[in-house]
Design a protein around this ligand. Structure first.
Ligand code: GLY
Ligand code: MN
Ligand code: MN
Length: 429
């Protein structure tokens, strides 16, 4: 661990201890016990799905795979970690990293699944059965406290930004390998395997299921398969793939034209790349993310017109929902210990800030402030289900050109951006 990352983590922990102390006081609590969570085996089986530690637990320890463990936070006391570490010859025992948190916590290795001792007026948060005695003895999942802890996670410390930056660097090595595999005419599964190898991770460690879509699969927003064979025609590849570092997620998308793509698709990739850069440069403190999302739609309208896909006005393209048919998802979201991080749809005081009716998929409705980390991910897709209703209307859409894109599926370009004091910093190399 580099000296600077070591010091940054210490500062991060000091910040958490101070802020938790203040929040416990303002919520009239003496302690909070945070449960890591655990994976339940599949029904009737002894095998469990992949697991991710509860975000508020990870905020302290940065390990995404801790289960059956508790963390107790109290003012003026070192954090207490009750770590489930069974004497078990089936598995390698839990290995604690050489990081400052290990020396700054009181750690109890527990051979049985532990339960925390509640101190004073206690809150218990995490995925536990609310009817258990522990939950009944405490304030279970008090929403005002959870909202305040979510809000704390919205603003990243310098340590967290360093981790997100490292996650981006590692993910980008995967993206370069994926592009090379595409040039080598690989199948979706081979591109996924090349990505995992180059980004040094196994599939169960990815922060979300990588989206590797060749040809029309690039137009399926969360395409969930990996084809085993390479298609004879190679029009396009969309790779939306990440990496964790100390629990923190990268979420990066790149799109490539193949040898069989029409020039229209290549031009659109350039245009969406340019659109991404323009939107990234607009990220700054005080900017409303909803306004930035609306700016994306106005600029998408310009792209439709510039490429002769739409022969009306930009206003008409936006007002009649044409840009939304070509890009039905939000401009981006908060990013951190969860790929779609918490508090994106709440005001700072915890009250709901839902997505606008016209943009229900938007996951971030906040005013940008320094320390927030967001994705900027404009897209442009050929989605038959969304285009079909437009065909029955008399709209100046150049369908013969639009339909040239059917085999290419879509385009998304996604970078990870920190809001700084005066502007922004792009974490994606
Ligand atoms: N990878 C999912 C997303 O971009 O939000
Ligand atoms: Mn994203
Ligand atoms: Mn993504």
């Amino acid at each position: 661990m580099s000296a600077s990352l070591f010091n940054l983590q210490r500062d991060h922990l000091t910040h958490l201890q101070q802020t938790y102390t203040d929040l416990l006081a303002s919520h009239r609590l003496d302690s909070v016990a945070i449960y890591s969570g655990h994976a339940n085996p599949h029904f009737g089986d002894d095998q469990a799905p992949t697991f991710q530690t509860y975000g508020h637990f990870m905020h302290w320890v940065g390990m995404a795979d801790i289960q059956h463990s508790w963390l107790v936070i109290q003012p003026e006391k070192r954090p207490q970690l009750h770590l489930y570490a069974p004497a078990d010859f089936w598995h390698l025992p839990t290995h604690l990293p050489e990081e400052p948190w290990v020396t700054e916590f009181d750690i109890q290795l527990c051979s049985e699944k532990p339960l925390p001792t509640l101190a004073g007026r206690a809150a218990v948060i995490g995925d536990i059965d609310p009817t258990t005695q522990l939950a009944l003895d405490a304030q279970y999942q008090p929403q005002p406290l959870v909202n305040a802890l979510d809000e704390l996670r919205m603003f990243k410390t310098a340590y967290e930004i360093a981790c997100l930056s490292e996650a981006n660097r590692l993910a980008m090595a995967g993206h370069q390998a994926a592009q090379a595999a595409f040039i080598g005419a690989s199948a979706e599964l081979d591109i996924q395997l090349a990505y995992l190898a180059a980004s040094r991770q196994r599939e169960s460690d990815v922060p979300y299921q990588n989206i590797i879509g060749l040809n029309n699969h690039a137009g399926v927003l969360h395409y969930q398969h990996y084809g085993l064979s390479s298609p004879t025609k190679r029009h396009s590849l969309l790779v939306d793939a990440g990496r964790r570092f100390r629990g923190y997620c990268a979420d990066i998308t790149r799109t490539y034209a193949g040898p069989d793509a029409p020039s229209l698709y290549r031009n659109l990739i350039d245009d969406i790349n340019q659109l991404k850069d323009t939107l990234v440069e607009s990220v700054a403190p005080g900017v409303e993310f909803i306004a930035l999302h609306e700016q994306m739609h106005r600029l998408l309208a310009d792209i439709l017109i510039a490429n002769d896909l739409f022969q009306g006005s930009a206003e008409q393209a936006v007002d009649e929902g044409i840009t939304r048919a070509f890009c039905p998802h939000g401009l981006g979201h908060s990013l951190g210990l969860q790929v779609h991080d918490v508090a994106g749809l709440r005001h700072p005081d915890g009250t709901p800030a839902p997505a606008p009716e016209q943009h229900p998929a938007l996951r971030l409705t906040r005013t940008l402030r320094p320390g927030m980390v967001v994705t900027i991910e404009p897209g442009f897709y050929y989605i038959p289900m969304l285009l079909e209703p437009l065909r029955n209307k008399t709209l100046p859409i150049n369908w013969s050109l639009v339909d040239l894109l059917a085999n290419c599926g879509g385009i998304r370009i996604e970078d990870n951006i920190v809001v700084t004091e005066n502007s922004q910093q792009n974490l994606t190399p």
